[in-house]
Design a binder for this molecule. Structure first.
Ligand SMILES: Cc1ncc(COP(=O)(O)O)c(C=O)c1O
Length: 398
């Protein structure tokens, strides 16, 4: 197998997403090969021993690494400008590995309160079971992060923009406080996509993705990605992943690897359509609120201008009359389908209060900004005029 190619930092991101990390077998295939194998054979017991001692480079067992998964990791690292990347079976596996890898019993974590339901579960309920306390703060309030710090604070965790409220947090400002107090900042960059926001350059220590979303982008496979410095991966993450086993399947890695080639085309087009649709929604009187990171009236517009190079493929909006009206709207959709996934080629719509954030009390949901009338819309690759026509006919039922 020949060495990895095409990852030079001087190349444009689009070029790196097509070529970086490619490992060619002796057959010289054009498209990356799918190595659907659990393990690898060794020429001798001595070579096997050396491989386990990391003295002989090569692959051992797919829970540790696999050539197709490695290609995805190398391509993603080149795109993100990270020294290292590890792929996991799901986005939640990447989030959990990042946080669990960094903490020990007795430590403390500070996290933004506006989080995807499962991320909030990990911070608020899972960590305390193992003796790791957590404090949730109002993410955009930078002083709140500082005030929440304790002598044993080891991790800051945030999502920006958040799911589903599209709240944006000043990553550089939070990273500066983390550095000052000796904590590591983990950023879930799913909603921004690697195209529009680069947390490592803003000072984050680890970036995580649900690759299930824009990276696959066509609703086929689950996956997660975790990016950081080689040192951090080696000291805090690698052993956790290897021994606890949330590995990505080679098949899913192959799908994601091929999907990365088209990520900029898809995400730029989806964000352009989202901007058109968000503008149209802003003019609808039945809606009490439209939140879109590309809008000048977004509550954190100044931070967005500073740290994001594009808006989002997601829009959050509120029907003034609450849950029943929101359900009528969802049920009347013809083209846009009800689904809790996002970042797909197909436009998808969901009612967060009864799905992704259903397990929280109404008070907690209110503190996160998830109201009964809130709807999350993920814009796909359809023509925006067709999507507007669908929303228009559905809004007539509200
Ligand atoms: C912000 C965010 N983080 C993490 C996840 C978890 O990803 P996965 O479903 O791939 O585990 C999601 C899924 O919706 C998400 O929206």
């Amino acid at each position: 197998m020949s060495g990895s190619e095409g990852g030079a930092a001087s190349l444009h991101p689009e070029t790196r997403l097509v070529h970086a990390g490619t490992l060619r077998s002796q057959f010289g295939e054009t498209s990356e090969a799918l190595f659907l194998t659990q393990g690898h054979v060794y020429d001798s017991a001595e070579q096997c021993e050396a491989r386990f001692l990391n003295k002989d480079p090569g692959f051992q067992y797919a829970r540790f690494s696999n050539p197709t998964v490695t290609m995805l990791e190398q391509r993603m690292a080149a795109f993100e400008g990270a020294e290292a990347c590890r792929a996991t079976a799901t986005g939640m596996a990447a989030v959990t590995a990042a946080v669990m890898g960094l903490v020990r019993a007795g430590d403390h974590v500070v996290a933004a309160q506006a989080l995807f339901g499962s991320c909030r579960y990990v911070v608020e309920e899972h960590l305390p079971r193992y003796g790791v306390a957590s404090t949730l703060v109002n993410g955009p309030d930078i002083e709140a992060w500082r005030k929440a710090v304790r002598p044993n604070t080891k991790v800051f965790f945030l999502e920006s923009p958040s799911n589903p409220t599209l709240e944006v947090i000043d990553i550089a400002a939070v990273a500066a406080i983390a550095k000052e107090v000796g904590a590591r900042l983990v950023v879930d960059n799913v909603f921004a996509t690697p195209l529009f926001q680069r947390p490592l350059e803003l000072g984050a220590d680890i970036v995580v993705y649900s690759a299930t979303k824009h990276i696959d982008g066509q609703g086929r496979c689950l996956g997660g990605l975790l990016l950081a410095s080689e040192e951090l991966i080696q000291t805090e993450i690698q052993t956790y992943l290897r021994q606890t086993g949330p590995a990505m399947s080679p098949f899913n890695a192959w799908v994601m690897l091929k999907a990365l080639e088209t990520l900029p085309l898809r995400v730029r087009r989806q964000a352009q359509s989202a901007a058109v649709i968000a503008d149209w929604l802003a003019g609808q009187e039945k809606l009490s609120k439209v939140i879109f990171p590309g809008h000048k009236n977004h509550p954190q517009a100044a931070t967005i201008a500073k740290q994001m190079s594009g808006p989002s493929t997601l829009i959050a909006f509120e029907v003034a009359s609450g849950k029943d009206a929101a359900f009528r709207l969802l049920n009347a959709m013809k083209l846009i389908r009800i689904s809790n996934n996002l970042g797909d080629a197909k436009s998808l719509i969901v009612h967060p209060a009864t799905t992704t954030h259903q397990r929280f009390t109404p008070e907690v949901r209110a503190s996160m900004g998830v109201t009964d009338g809130m709807i999350r819309l993920s814009i796909g690759l359809e023509h925006p005029d067709d999507l507007i026509a669908d929303i228009k006919q559905a809004l007539a039922t509200v």
